[in-house]
Design a protein around this ligand. Sequence first.
Ligand SMILES: [Zn+2]
Ligand SMILES: [Zn+2]
Length: 168
Amino acid sequence: LNWNPSLWSETFEDLVDDGGELDYGDSWTLNFNYSQTEQVSKEERKKGWKVCTHYTIGNFRCANCRRTWPSGRVNVLFRYRLRGRRGNVIMRPFGQACRRCHDVFLLPGFSKEIMKAALRKLCSKIRKNCYNEDEGDTPRDMVKKWTKPHETDLCEACEAGICTQRDD
Ligand SMILES: [Zn+2]
Ligand SMILES: [Zn+2]
């Protein structure tokens, strides 16, 4: 399972267009920015930008030593806004470094189910914050039971100061 941005975009569009997750007749697209932060400036807020982050389950594969590992602490950050009839989502996945090689942050791969769960959660935020709908029951994080210790120095989200680890 490798990082697959086009599969994220397709899955999002499926959920919006066919899945009825954002059934308001607006067109929504998902794009990527690998350096955005959770900071929203006053200017950006005025333009309608909002952020949400959550963590989910992903898989990594070191390009150097080929080691693979799963993680229940993969942070994803979404920035989104609705303007006129157009909705934009910009996603940033946070990487992890290989414990042995330590050199670069690798991007996570995700199963289709995990992708859908993360995007459904995003859609419920959008319904609440862009369409003033009741949040209802937000899908719960699927990773509460994950107890493996988190290696802060290998985590890009920790380095960026957004890792949800701090909530525990
Ligand atoms: Zn490695
Ligand atoms: Zn972290």
